[in-house]
Structure formats: structure tokens, C-alpha cells
Design a protein around this ligand. Structure first.
Ligand code: GLU
Length: 442
């Protein structure tokens, strides 16, 4: 059986780091087994779903380089859900219920007040035909619940959590369809997983109780449930991520100068027993992907860690990867010289400005000015102008260490630190370098 996974976002908002992680892991799971990865747009909620969010999901996945092999949209599959609904209804697994939200809320309160779990009491199952007719005569349209089989224990072997067992009697029969005929998440998702041939459902552990219900739905629809795996949730260093989700989407990451490969390297390993490493090659991450390494404790997302991985990834980027993002005129040698100093690719402009000039030099003491005048004369061009210059100045002036190097760096770049001068000086060029040394000498 070829592995087939899916990522099923609801287009009711932008993807955030939690969704991105789920998408990534589903993609990796499929890649690892030579299978396929699908995108499913869960847009049955017509009121909250927005088309521009669908576009944004595509754009984000593209930026991340996570390519689905196909896409389905739930809004285009309503006939399938109707069919499944009729099958389940004919089998006595769906029943109409008429309680209002207030009535349900009141029942819950009473149960909780008595120290009982707030499980739906199946009041609707006790209604007679007459009761139902009179409700409908009053203009109350029913919503629909899936009837769990209380005699059938719910079990599955979870890819992350191990053996799972639920008592159906401890769960509420879920509402699957609203009075206006619209669908809630539960049944359409099962129907799609069956029709799309999904073999593995990997999602957040907030779905564990949905899975318990869905296991019975698959069986009621005469289908074998897929394999399930629920990963521990992602939390921020300081607790819940939910407050900051706006700043944890692809646009925000891109604006912050985060490379998709950095985000992927981090999210691939976060919450697993494997170390988070700046691995830019996706195949290497896919090779080590293994659900059995996923921990049960919440995974901690930390911006500083992302920045660290990002810098390390930037240092590995080839000229060809970044060519289109570099300032005009900047060639491969310049990229290699400057790359180790960057935390973000965009910082390159500042360094390139140093190469092309003008630079803002500090005011030098008389002694240093004299030294720099000497340096301007000593500068000769070779394969290694920096090495030659500093060697000859060391000999002629007796300077060493900081007094030898720092005034030169400051005169040539206007800065106290920065790229390796041996790589930078050839980029600045002989005439420009001499001119800078002379200006600094005054
Ligand atoms: N649309 C659901 C969600 O975003 C999908 C859950 C699932 O993967 O089945 O939570």
C-alpha cells in the first residue's frame, strides 16, 4: 500500500507555524515512503472560509517548497457527503436532534453541577415520531448527530502516542450536520480520507478525540480506518503560541529574513529526539524522519533558535540560490566573502556598500594617520594583497595584533569588525583601497 497523506487546512486564516509543521510532517512522511502528499481545503464553512486565504495557503506552500501532488476542495464534494449521510442514516447511525444551544448548555451545566461528565444524554433518541412531527410543525429544523456504538470499544495504534483506547459511552454523539444542512468537520473528513485513499492521518493531538469518533465512522462506512498519528502541540517559549500567531506566518518569517529552509530544518526536528541542525538538504531531513522519534511533551518553538538556524543556513547558500536577491554587480567571489558574516541574506546590501563605497571612516589619531599613509604606499597587488600588506607593515612598523589590523580595517571598511579582510580587499580593489587609506591618513 503506497503511503498517501494529506494536509487539510481550513481557509479561515493564514497558516501559522503550527499548521506549517503539520503540512511539513505529512509531506515528509509521504516522501520518506515514496508516497504522495495531497492538499485538502476544508471549506465547508462558507461563512468563515475566504478565497484569499486559499490563495495564501498555495503561496505559502510554494514558498516553503512543499508541493502537493493534488488538491481537493470540500465545497466541491458535497454530493459525496450527502451520499454518506444517507448510507449512515439508512443504517441507523444518524439521528435528528432538536435541542437549541441554550438547552444543550443548560444540560451541560446540570451535569457538571452533579459532578458528571458533560456527555450528550441522547435526549433526541427518546423522541417519538409524534414529538418530531410537532417540533417540525413548530418550525424547528433538526441538526444531525452520529450515533456512536457503545458496545464497540474504540482502539487504534497511534504512530506517536502508541496504543489508544476509548470507551464510546464516554463520548458525546457528535453533531455532524447543522439544521441549515451545512457540514461540520467530522463526517466530510472521513469521507474524503476514504475517497482520496489516504493511508496515514498525521495531525495535532487536539484531534485525538475526533479520531476516536472517526474510527467508528470509518467502520460504519465500511472502510478500514487509516493509520493515525497525533503529534504533541507546539508551544512558545513562554507558553501558548496563540497570542502571537500573526507574527508566525510565512509572510512574517520572509519579511524577517528567514529562509524557508531554516524554518523547515527547525520544524522537521522540533519535538523529536533528534537534534535540531541547520540541514539545508531536504532529502537528508526526509531520510531521518521517523514518527517513533516524536515526543509526547509539547514542542517548544523559539525565535532565537530559528534565527540561529537561519544564519547557519545562510552561510551554506550557494551563489545560484541567492543570485536574484543580491545587489547588482555582486558576483560569486563577493558572495563567498561576505556570506559568513550574514544572519540574513538581505544584510548583504550593507556589506556590498562597504565594497563599493563610500565608507564612513572614523577620525584617527596622528600616529595611526601616519601608519595608514605608510600602508597606502606599501599596498601592492598580488594573489594575497591583505596578507602581503600586513606582513610588510608588521616588519616595517613593528606593530602586531590589534594596532596592526584595526586601523586598516577601519580605514578600508569604516567598521571595527566584518568579513575576512583577505577576502574583502580584493573585492574593494587596489585603486579604491589605496584611495581609502590615503583619505584616512588625511
Ligand atoms: N481542517 C481540520 C483542521 O484544520 C483538519 C484536521 C485533519 O487533519 O483532519 O484542524
Amino acid at each position: 500500500m503506497t503511503v498517501k497523506t494529506r494536509f487539510a487546512p481550513s481557509p479561515t486564516g493564514r497558516l501559522h507555524v503550527g499548521n506549517i509543521r503539520t503540512a511539513l510532517h505529512n509531506w515528509m512522511l509521504a516522501q520518506k515512503h515514496g508516497g504522495s502528499f495531497m492538499l485538502r481545503i476544508d471549506d465547508t464553512d462558507a461563512e468563515r472560509s475566504e478565497e484569499h486565504y486559499v490563495d495564501a495557503i498555495h503561496a505559502d506552500l510554494e514558498w516553503l517548497g512543499i508541493k502537493p501532488e493534488g488538491q481537493e476542495r470540500q465545497s466541491a464534494r458535497l454530493a459525496l457527503y450527502d451520499q454518506a449521510f444517507e448510507t449512515l442514516r439508512a443504517a441507523g447511525r444518524i439521528y435528528p436532534a432538536y435541542e437549541t444551544q441554550q438547552e444543550l448548555e443548560l444540560k451541560r451545566k446540570i451535569q457538571l453541577g452533579r459532578g458528571l461528565p458533560p456527555i450528550y444524554d441522547r435526549g433526541a433518541l427518546k423522541l417519538t415520531d409524534e414529538d418530531r412531527t410537532s417540533k417540525e410543525a413548530e418550525g424547528i429544523a433538526p441538526h444531525w448527530r452520529f450515533k456512536l456504538d457503545h458496545d464497540e470499544a474504540i482502539t487504534w495504534e497511534d504512530g506517536v502516542r502508541g496504543p489508544q483506547k476509548f470507551d464510546a459511552a464516554q463520548l458525546s454523539d457528535p453533531v455532524i450536520r447543522r439544521a441549515d444542512g451545512s457540514w461540520l468537520y467530522m463526517l466530510p473528513s472521513c469521507v474524503d480520507d476514504i475517497h482520496m485513499g489516504i493511508t496515514d492521518v498525521l495531525r495535532g493531538e487536539d484531534h485525538v478525540s475526533n479520531t476516536a469518533v472517526q474510527v467508528q465512522m470509518f467502520t460504519a462506512l465500511n472502510a478500514a480506518p487509516p493509520r493515525f498519528a497525533h503529534e504533541a502541540l507546539l508551544v512558545g517559549k513562554e507558553g501558548k503560541l496563540s497570542k502571537r500567531l500573526g507574527s508566525l506566518g510565512c509572510d512574517a518569517f520572509r519579511e524577517r529574513g528567514i529562509e524557508p529552509e531554516a524554518l523547515i530544518a527547525l520544524l522537521a526536528r522540533l519535538g523529536t529526539s533528534m537534534p535540531v541542525e541547520p540541514i539545508a538538504a531536504r532529502e537528508a531531513l526526509v531520510d531521518t524522519f521517523d514518527l517513533s522519534t516524536f515526543g509526547r511533551a509539547p514542542a517548544k518553538f523559539d525565535d532565537t533558535e530559528l534565527d540561529r538556524i537561519n544564519a547557519a543556513i545562510v552561510h551554506q547558500l550557494d551563489y545560484a540560490d541567492v543570485k536574484d536577491r543580491l545587489p547588482g554587480g555582486m558576483d560569486e567571489a563577493a558572495w563567498h566573502a561576505i556570506r559568513p558574516n550574514l544572519e540574513k541574506v538581505d544584510d548583504v546590501a550593507e556589506w556590498w556598500g562597504i565594497v563599493t563605497g563610500p565608507v564612513e571612516q572614523p577620525a584617527f589619531e596622528a600616529e595611526d594617520r601616519q601608519y595608514l599613509a605608510q600602508a597606502a604606499e606599501a599596498l601592492v597587488w598580488s594573489d594575497n594583497p591583505w596578507g602581503d600588506l600586513t606582513a610588510s607593515l608588521k616588519q616595517s612598523t613593528g606593530r602586531k595584533g590589534k594596532p596592526l589590523f584595526l586601523p586598516l580595517r577601519q580605514a578600508l571598511t569604516g567598521m571595527n569588525h566584518g568579513p575576512d579582510m583577505a577576502e574583502l580587499l580584493p573585492l574593494i580593489g587596489q585603486d579604491e583601497a589605496r584611495a581609502r587609506l590615503r583619505t584616512a591618513a588625511g
